[in-house]
Design a protein around this ligand. Structure first.
Ligand SMILES: CC(C)(COP(=O)(O)OP(=O)(O)OC[C@H]1O[C@@H](n2cnc3c(N)ncnc32)[C@H](O)[C@@H]1OP(=O)(O)O)[C@@H](O)C(=O)NCCC(=O)NCCS
Length: 233
């Protein structure tokens, strides 16, 4: 395939393959793409090549693990991976890793995946405060989520906020193809459980119809790996 596989996982919402991001994309790596995909890469800025290519290779590998050949995976008008009907897939990349989540969900369900670097586990509140960074909490968390955060030790707040951020990015990737619009962070409220599940209460601000949604999270190589599944009800 030209890139190194970092992990293969059967997750609640699909098969997930992680690959290491190459420093640069050479001919050997490009040979893992289909001709239409090679044409698409050529239209992108060079800085996007490693992540775009690694994401496509990870997603194709995840489909192949399921015995599915999805054909060329280009992009929808809104930026999602474009897949044949009946298949669902999603991509995320960070500095060193790219992941693809693949499935053939029933009832027209859509899936999303996200990767975020885990903040460090702080031993004490003092250490956490010394390493404080600009805080995303009011941008990302709803009033309900902020209230639930109060029951968590303050030294762990950054991790919890990052986990919510990641789950909402995964949710966004799953729901955007169904509603075709920008969905804001305050249009969903999450309850994360230690078993890796995340309950999702949607509060969509537009008349998009009714949906059920669920999230899942785990940790892989110092990253939160999160997924979401959304379906019309
Ligand atoms: C689109 C967005 C989710 C991408 O996330 P990101 O953390 O910046 O980047 P990631 O590496 O995780 O994901 C990038 C991949 O997302 C996918 N993607 C982009 N737009 C998408 C869309 N509209 N729908 C589904 N997937 C999309 C693409 O596959 C892209 O990779 P590629 O271009 O190489 O194929 C993010 O930029 C965004 O707009 N977020 C704001 C909205 C939001 O999260 N709301 C929360 C709702 S509860």
């Amino acid at each position: 395939m030209g890139v190194q596989v970092a992990f293969r996982l059967n997750l609640v919402h699909g098969r997930c393959v992680g690959v290491r991001l190459p420093a640069e994309v050479d001919e050997k790596i490009l040979s893992g793409l289909l001709p239409e995909e090679r044409g698409f890469v050529a239209s992108l800025a060079p800085a996007r090549h490693p992540s775009w290519v690694a994401g496509r290779l990870a997603l194709r590998e995840a489909f192949r693990d399921l015995g599915i050949e999805p054909g060329p995976v280009l992009a929808t008008r809104r930026g999602a991976p474009a897949l044949p009907s009946g298949l669902a897939g999603s991509i995320s990349h960070k500095r060193t890793l790219a992941v693809g989540l693949a499935g053939r969900p029933e009832n027209g369900a859509s899936i999303g995946v996200d990767l975020e670097t885990c903040p460090p586990v702080f031993a004490s509140l003092e250490e956490a405060r010394a390493q404080a960074r600009p805080d995303l909490r009011t941008l990302v968390l709803t009033q309900d989520e902020l209230a639930r955060l109060q029951s968590v030790p303050e030294k762990d707040h950054r991790r919890i906020v990052t986990l919510h951020f990641s789950l909402k990015e995964a949710l966004y990737k799953a729901i955007d193809p169904l509603v075709g619009r920008h969905v804001g962070f305050h249009e969903a409220s999450l309850t994360t459980l230690s078993d890796g599940s995340a309950q999702i209460a949607l509060a969509l601000s537009k008349n998009d119809g009714s949906f059920s949604a669920a999230g899942f999270w785990t940790e892989v190589e110092d990253h939160f790996l999160t997924t979401a599944r959304v379906q019309r009800t």
